[in-house]
Design a protein around this ligand. Structure first.
Ligand code: ZN
Ligand code: ZN
Length: 125
């Protein structure tokens, strides 16, 4: 019984209930904030889109070489908004968003506005 509970807690959540059509969502299984990140692979030689897969946690091309030019070099690029044309090539990574990142951004923004705003107002007068 104890062993079973231990295994359950350490099970890695695949966040399978997070819908792929939203940017952010809380996973109903583990409660983490999940960001849907789309990635696409292009041939570094001719720039054609290559079907991507996730293998051992890495984004890699489905084939080991480009079907257009035979090149083996490729680049992985992040897509901000997925569209219907790219969806067959792209892979979806469900990344956990750490809370620390958002609080850091907020404090940076507020300190910047305090420093810059008086100067900007003086200049415009
Ligand atoms: Zn989850
Ligand atoms: Zn190519």
């Amino acid at each position: 019984m104890l062993i079973l509970e231990f295994l359950k807690k350490n099970k890695v959540c695949s966040h399978s209930k997070v819908r792929p059509d939203v940017d952010f969502a809380y996973c109903p299984d583990c409660g983490e904030l999940i960001e849907n990140q789309w990635y696409m692979i292009r041939c570094a030689c001719c720039g054609i889109k290559l079907p991507a897969i996730i293998k051992n946690g890495e984004i890699v091309p489905e084939k080991h070489f480009c079907h257009n030019c035979g090149g083996r070099e490729y680049t992985v690029e992040r897509i901000d908004k997925i569209n219907f044309i790219d969806i067959s090539y792209a892979v979806l990574v469900k990344a956990v968003v750490e809370n620390n990142n958002t609080s850091f951004t907020q404090s940076w923004v507020s300190s910047e506005t305090q420093d810059c705003r008086p100067k900007l107002l003086q200049q415009s007068l």
